[in-house]
Design a protein around this ligand. Sequence first.
Ligand SMILES: Nc1ncnc2c1ncn2[C@@H]1O[C@H](COP(=O)(O)OP(=O)(O)OP(=O)(O)O)[C@@H](O)[C@H]1O
Length: 244
Amino acid sequence: MHTTSDPETRRPDAPGTTWLLRAERIGKHYGHTTALRDASLTLQPGEAVAITGPSGSGKSTLLHALAGIIAVDTGDIVVRRPDGSGVEDLATLADAERSAFRLHRFGFVFQQGLLVPELTAGENVALPLLLAGSSRAQALQRADAELARLDLAGLGERRPGQLSGGQAQRVAIARALVTGPTIVFADEPTGALDSRTAEDVLDALLATVDGDARALVIVTHDERVAARCDRVVHLLDGRIVDAR
Ligand SMILES: Nc1ncnc2c1ncn2[C@@H]1O[C@H](COP(=O)(O)OP(=O)(O)OP(=O)(O)O)[C@@H](O)[C@H]1O
């Protein structure tokens, strides 16, 4: 094990470099609690990165900071524009701008899927597109295509209560992907599932980065999930203490 603040992020860009997101020495306090200190991380396209560590070590805080859900107190987070025209600095965006940025550029999968129970599976998947201004017909059509890609064709009319845990989680993955995000963030996405179903959901998540320009970041307590990712970032007391 080695202590690192990921020196790779401080190297100047090599020609033709393709990283998607760089966080440099980010820190976050909640009152007297330091949830994150001096954490640096670079996300490359096509990679799945696991964030591991004991309870309270700062995993969710790191994920939420990278994803722009919370603002950091110190450090920088820059995200490359998909058209390669430069980078955007998350730390300098106002809350409303960060929300819009998240909606268009990132996808999210949480432990319980967080589907809206009153909406159908198709409507749940269509939601990010509707929020981004798509017409209902267009959004539902795209949602259907995304559901089919996740082997959920024919289930679009069901409500979340009529789906199994694994199906609901795949609906959540479809919703995360429907806007074509460059980074998918998942917080304990398999935590509430039995091991067989967890394996299927993990397969679906990992497939989102296969040969793609997308990166996946998964917070997990599960060693088996971490073992299937390309890299593991381990946190202790808010610090990255090991990055492989
Ligand atoms: N909104 C908040 N207000 C106050 N303290 C917070 C808040 N969010 C997190 N913390 C604290 O920050 C530290 C890191 O929390 P975080 O949720 O990031 O850890 P975690 O590794 O994801 O934990 P777990 O595995 O239990 O979900 C903890 O001490 C936690 O109590």
